[in-house]
Design a protein around this ligand. Sequence first.
Ligand code: DAH
Length: 358
Amino acid sequence: MSDIENLERDITSKINAAENEAALEAVRVAALGKKGVVSERMKTIGKMTPEERKEMGPALNGLKIRVTEAIEAKKAALEELALDARLASEKLDVTLPPPDLPAGKIHPVSQVFEEIAAIFSAMGFDIAEGPDIEDDFHNFTALNFPPDHPAREMHDTFFFEPKEDGSRQVLRTHTSPVQIRTMMSRKPPIRIIIPGRTFRCDSDQTHTPMFHQVEGLVIDRESHMGHLKGTLEAFAKAFFEVDNVGTRFRPHFFPFTEPSAEMDVQYERVGNEVRFGQGVDWMEILGCGMVHPSVLRNCGLDPDEYQGFAFGMGVDRLAMLKYGIPDLRDFFAADARWLEHYGFDPLDQPNLATGLSR
Ligand code: DAH
């Protein structure tokens, strides 16, 4: 075998062995670069006799051309391989579900807030909010709690240290002070619900020092007890997701409403489960009544001109009842396993069209 054939075989095997473009470029430089083996051999042509040149010239030229072509072919093959690898790594099957669904669940309290908001929004209510830290006027006095009235004691209020003038701020014991804030800042007609945190010094299986309420307030010139009843019955049916639920309005006392009532809903206990809209038992779920004329007056509204109704419900208890959650304290234990079990899918926003708690 001639030494040109040997050289070609050697270079060709190096070209075939090159695994990437950088390795191939090294082979190219070693063969065809200025000081490459093929280039060095080409330089010897000038020193050859005419006979030698006649034979070696075409042979070396042929070598150079074949090596050049082999390198180009290998380069194209390597580029294609690189493209295939990239396409494979970037492949996306758009028919598959998203690989990383958002982690985390919606807390049952947030879920129930959203459900209640969806129901009352559909009835034309707005949402209003107020501060967690209140003064005595908004939390008690304007709501017609007389000074030293035992009802103030009923609430197990958290008081702040007295200020210099002797007044003490409180952690609001209910969402009712936002009724006052709304009536003092907005002209009727008013139709709002008020979701929020509330605080009382109390802790057992069904009470926590911080809990949640939704308040409702309707003020205009003609809303009466019949509207109150119809609104709350419609709410109970929608919330418990049943076609019919018996309701009962029992006379009660709240300083800020007259008359006042508690609303009970019909239910039946089946094993550990509570089923609403069937059975012969009654469960209290909220307080309500016609806004007391003194409360209207305290907010600068003339009770001969304006009237309306209000209601307030405990969200945590409604969540426990609706979703069969036995202990309220677990709501605030921040246990991820509990939330995984009792929580809701973030993409399932409650609404009346597709179902509240699907
Ligand atoms: N604020 C009351 C409570 O926390 C609940 C309540 C009862 C609110 C009757 C109302 C109402 O607006 O009319 O116990």
